[in-house]
Ligand binder design. Structure first.
Ligand code: FAD
Length: 740
């Protein structure tokens, strides 16, 4: 075998050790320089059909003229070689000048016909056609010597692609995948696809053949090609654009020649699923390892990881109010080991109830929920408390003790409902109605958003006085527990928007028909205990410290802590851990609520909840009517005076209670002779939701979260605000906490 001499091509039969192929129309024996330089753009690969007598003729010759058997395994029956002679295609890969230097010999005039077939219809006269990326046009072929016959496009004259462009022979179906052992990563296997491969850069055939077939990885010729070959697995890493060397776009010959229904074999990589690391859509975020080829393995691994993480995570919830219970339920449901510590003898915080000496249930304060409290209602359902049974659902009404006032119709479009409610108000004239409608239209034009920093009083400046005193003041006090002079217009607007535009039932009043304990705390406690959570009441947390990844708290060591206690307790516990946060929580202004209970057997109010005018109380609730039937609450009434911090501070609870009693007796028919049975005040009932208020954030430090109605959020100090804060803190503690 003659040594391979790149750069020279030996015409067949010229050398003594030549393979001895006899050519049908032998050109003069000479040696032509092969111009491989000047870039691949100058190279062309042509398929020549030469008649050779022996099958091994061109194979052994050298690597520029390479024998390509036609027929055989892949050929059609009509293409199979005749006995004794084999049609052999020889690929010439040589410089332009060497091939096309002289004019066409008269002896080869017969090639004219073939040449015409080869010419692209739209080909330019000189090179550079996009179908021939190497820069040569088909019409450059007349200069070709030493070819006996040119293969027309498609391999046979008149083939399917006859008029499209010059095509080389179909190379063997070696694919682009290097054989095993070439150092390709196992997770970079290149599974064959059934259909046509998407357009992607590929190597010219000569390079590929050299890399994949001709030389092993150690061959000096194969080095660069093999590098490119490997780079095909990372096509994005290859240079592209007009100057990209050695790359063509579009399906390559290997892809075209793939059998349409290729069978997968166990060693060809196709039986493995596409590795998740290579397929973005199948990549699983947060998976701990990306070196696994199997997506299912990654999925299992990740779930295992999450499960272990959740199971190992110990979470301490300080405070068993509605925020703490919401956090504990959410974290327990996610698989954490939860401990709830509550300093009071029962759970529920400011919305709890207890039994007095006579055995009657007494609530910490009269509460109103609305249909827009979606998270609260969902939490109740989660722990098995049925809101439909425990809450009396009423259409939104704001009526005086005579039953006159605003009634918001149910199941109407908000605009229709508003029109109907305003038009049906019996105490308003056209001035009030038109003033309210005009103001409402202005709010709609502003996108139903009040400017931040505005007080409710400023926001409602254009409204008629009757509308302000009979509608805005009671709504603001009930929702924000803050007088309109200082209350935040943006927060009130948010509540009104959720209630009035929140969809079916969102505006409904939901009045507790059972003790507050049954609404959530009792059911949540049972739910938590049944799932392995630890709930301890009468356990006040005195200190909190941090060491490494662990939080230490009165003998407990945990990975995360949720402070669901009151704002001032949270400020005390975080004083040294997060001084800024602590200072912000401690500075929250508080607002008070006073509650006075009456007994008046046989009386019945115009509505379950009636509004009072003047002061200090705003509402009276008919507990018997709310409970329904002949329960223990018949003949019991509760008057609520919100935002009475200053009165309480100035006059004390007894004086305020007497005033409330007098107010109720004077305004509510049937309660003239009502007996006052109980009075209490919560001086820190809620924070004052003022226009300029900056509320503390939910995350205090990594692993330390705050939950409570005072934490920054869209809602004022309400049950819904507390529940939302609890859920947020639990999710934060479970997600952002470092793995133990
Ligand atoms: C009289 C009154 C009427 C109200 N009316 C309504 C209403 O009509 N509608 C409405 O939506 N909202 C109303 N609210 C507001 C509502 O009750 C609260 O927003 C809600 O209960 C707040 O829940 P929370 O979990 O954030 O805080 P809290 O209920 O205060 O829970 C904090 C818990 O932490 C515990 N704790 C504190 N310090 C420690 C410690 N160091 N260690 C262990 N435990 C500790 C406390 O005992 C408490 O149980 C009213 C509130 C009051 C007081």
């Amino acid at each position: 075998m003659p040594p391979f001499s790149p750069g020279r091509v030996c015409a067949p039969g010229t050398r003594p050790d030549c393979c001895g192929a006899s050519f049908a129309s032998a050109p003069p024996h000479d040696t032509q320089p092969v111009r491989r330089g000047q870039g691949r753009a100058e190279r062309i690969q042509l398929l020549l059909r030469l008649q050779v007598s022996a099958t091994g003729a061109a194979r052994g010759h050298h690597r520029v003229l390479r024998r390509v058997p036609r027929g055989g395994r892949r050929g059609r029956r009509s293409q199979r070689p005749q006995r004794g002679r084999q049609q052999t295609g020889v690929v010439a890969s040589r410089g332009r000048r060497g091939l096309f230097g002289t004019a066409l010999s008269p002896r080869l005039a017969g090639l004219d016909a073939a040449r015409r077939d080869l010419r692209h219809r739209g080909a330019p006269r000189a090179g550079g056609h996009r179908g021939l990326r190497d820069g040569l046009a088909a019409n450059a072929l007349p200069g070709l010597r030493r070819s006996a016959a040119l293969l027309p496009p498609g391999g046979r004259r008149g083939g399917r692609s006859r008029e499209r462009h010059l095509r080389t022979h179909r190379p063997p179906n070696h694919g682009l995948r290097p054989p095993l052992g070439l150092g390709a990563a196992t997770d970079q296997h290149h599974p064959r696809r059934g259909g046509r491969r998407a357009a992607r850069p590929h190597l010219p055939a000569g390079e590929r053949v050299a890399a994949v077939r001709g030389h092993g990885p150690g061959h000096p010729e194969a080095g660069g090609a093999l590098g490119l070959q490997r780079a095909l697995h990372r096509p994005h890493a290859l240079p592209s654009g007009p100057g990209a060397p050695g790359l063509r776009r579009g399906p390559g010959p290997a892809a075209r020649s793939r059998p349409p229904h290729s069978k997968a074999w166990f060693d060809d990589g196709q039986h493995l699923p596409q590795p998740a690391a290579r397929n973005r859509s199948r990549r699983i975020p947060g998976a701990p390892s990306t070196d696994r080829a199997h997506a299912v393995a990654q999925g299992v691994d990740r779930h295992e990881d999450q499960l272990a993480r959740a199971l190992r995570q110990r979470l301490l919830v300080i405070g068993g109010g509605w925020a703490g219970l919401a956090a504990a339920v959410r974290a327990t449901a996610a698989g954490a080991q939860v401990t709830v510590l509550e300093m009071a003898p029962q759970l529920g915080g400011r919305a709890r109830s207890w039994q007095d000496e006579a055995g009657a249930w007494r609530d910490s304060g009269q509460h109103i929920l609305i249909g827009a409290y979606r998270d609260t209602l969902a939490l109740m359902r989660t722990v098995g408390a049925d809101p439909e049974r425990l809450l009396k659902r009423e259409p939104l009404t704001l009526v005086d003790p005579m039953g006159r006032g605003l009634r918001w119709p149910r199941q109407r479009h908000p605009v229709t409902a508003a029109m109907q409610a305003v038009a049906g108000h019996p105490l308003w004239g056209w001035r009030e109605r038109w003033g309210l409608i005009r103001w409402g239209l202005r709010q709609i034009a502003r996108g139903l958003r009040a400017p931040s920093g505005w007080s409710v009083a400023r926001w409602c400046e254009g409204l008629p006085p009757a509308v302000r005193t009979q509608l805005i003041d009671p709504l603001c006090i009930a929702a924000l527990n803050t007088p309109t002079d200082t209350a935040s217009a943006a927060v009130l607007m948010r509540v009104l928007r959720d209630a009035l535009l929140g969809g079916r039932g969102a505006s409904d009043l939901l009045l507790p028909a059972a003790p507050l304990q049954e609404l959530l705390p009792a059911s949540a406690e049972a739910w938590l205990r049944s799932r392995g959570a630890v709930v301890r009441v009468g356990a006040r947390v005195k200190s909190l410290s941090h060491e490494g990844r662990l939080w230490r708290c009165d003998g407990h060591e945990v990975e995360a802590v949720i402070l669901a206690c009151s704002a001032n307790e949270a400020a005390r516990l975080t004083q040294s851990l997060a001084p800024n946060w602590s200072a912000q929580a401690a500075a929250l202004p508080a607002e008070a609520i006073a509650t006075v209970e009456f007994h008046a057997p046989g009386a019945c109010l115009a509505a379950p909840m009636v509004a009072l005018s003047g002061g200090p109380a705003q509402f009276v609730f008919d507990l018997g009517q709310i409970e329904g039937g002949a329960g223990t609450r018949q003949g019991r009434y509760t008057a609520v005076a919100s935002a009475v911090a200053s009165e309480l501070a100035r006059d004390g609870l007894e004086t305020v209670a007497q005033r409330i009693h007098a107010q109720v007796a004077a305004q509510v028919p049937g309660l003239e002779n009502a007996q006052r049975t109980h009075a209490h005040a919560d001086r820190r009932a809620t924070f004052a939701c003022t226009a300029q208020l900056q509320r503390p954030s939910a995350e205090i430090r990594p692993g330390l979260w705050a939950a409570g109605d005072y934490v920054d959020g869209p809602y004022p100090a309400t049950l819904e605000g507390a529940v939302q804060a609890g859920l947020r803190a639990a999710e934060g503690a479970m997600t952002h906490n470092p793995r133990p």
